[in-house]
Design a protein around this ligand. Sequence first.
Ligand SMILES: *Cc1c(COP(=O)(O)O)cnc(C)c1O
Length: 451
Amino acid sequence: MSTIDATVQTPLGGPTLPQERRVVTAIPGPRSQELLNRKAAAVPTGVGHTVPIAAVAAGGGVVVDADGNSFIDLGAGIAVTTVGNAHPKVVAAVQAQVAQFTHTCFMIAPYEGYVAVAEKLNELTPGDHEKRTALFNSGAEAVENAIKIARKFTGRQAVVAFDHGYHGRTNLTMALTAKAMPYKSGFGPFAPEVYRAPASYPFRDGLTGPAAAAKTISMIEKQIGAENTAAVIIEPIQGEGGFIVPAEGYLETVVAWCRENGIVFIADEVQTGFARTGAWFASEIFGIVPDLVTTAKGIAGGLPLAGVTGRADIMNASHGGGLGGTYGGNPIACAAALATIEAYEEEDMAARAREIGEIITSRFAALAASDARIGDIRGHGAMIGIEFVDENGAPNAALTGAIAKQAMSEGVIVLTCGTYGNVIRFLPPLSIDNALLNDGLDVVAAALAAN
Ligand SMILES: *Cc1c(COP(=O)(O)O)cnc(C)c1O
């Protein structure tokens, strides 16, 4: 299918793919359509896709399909290939490890890669207290384990999640997730002792951080009781729910209240972690130190790995053998994570994320001056959301979908999100160059003007 030589790599990662937008067929082209037909016959409809293509290569800032179309990647596989697709350091580390050993099961025969990733996460996550890290395979699995750990430590059962929250698709994480369609509808019953509190959504609730926190805290005190609450879990910047940045003072107030009440505060940094927001972790932006942090997505350049990192006393409260999993902290994924983290450090990718954020934000701020449908521009670093509204300020999901669809047909991958489906989320790989980024934004701006 592919004629791409994946053995030659650019310094930015990936095979030497021309860093260009190139649409040479209708989308999908014939070869992509062939694969999509096979997909429809082999894979259930529940597993959807955003872009109707057969991907064959990716690197720098592009994804190339089987028909030779080259798409500008503004989604990074949902904030996963933050370091760049097939980054040369990651490729080399994976190749070396896969030839050494592929699996022993860390619970059977431990190995250094796992311990080294744990040491790195203990060092990089917010706070200089003593920490421990346990590794898993997916964001949802990390979240499930963070809840297990918090319940064991506190001896309490209730867990508080938030409006607009997203934490995964397993049973417990569906219960934690706010949105019915497409994540929960018809998939219940859900795990018990999960409660939903109001969050801070400055564009829609107009509340200051302390005022929004007072609502959150009052709900927990009245409906659950602090003494029954094991954990509060929140994304410091809500991802799937709409790239919602809480008002200043919100998270600080909730964290302080949790601390006073012996409640474990869990920051779900699965989407916001690893240089994405221009900091190692978004918690740093708000000056909070979570008790536990869950990580995944950007951790290992695309290989499946996830972590729970946090206070040693909380992490160590689980009995021996109580935590783990067959594949958790797989040696190849750990090798990829160590190479990825090294690349973030050496290439100062957090600074690059801030530059990318500047470019996107200033571009949309200029457009917003003459287009009232741009209701809000928000985010940090290379995690920027644009919320679209109609003339009454109501969510404009139709426009959002139309923009994404047109951009896709013109060779740009853009993702949408939001409780109301009216947010375009920009999550480019940090290896994208400015020319490509600007070309991608031109296409999105033209799609906005045309719809
Ligand atoms: C994606 C995501 C998850 C779930 O991660 P999976 O690897 O898909 O299980 C959990 N929390 C947040 C904040 C996420 O963005």
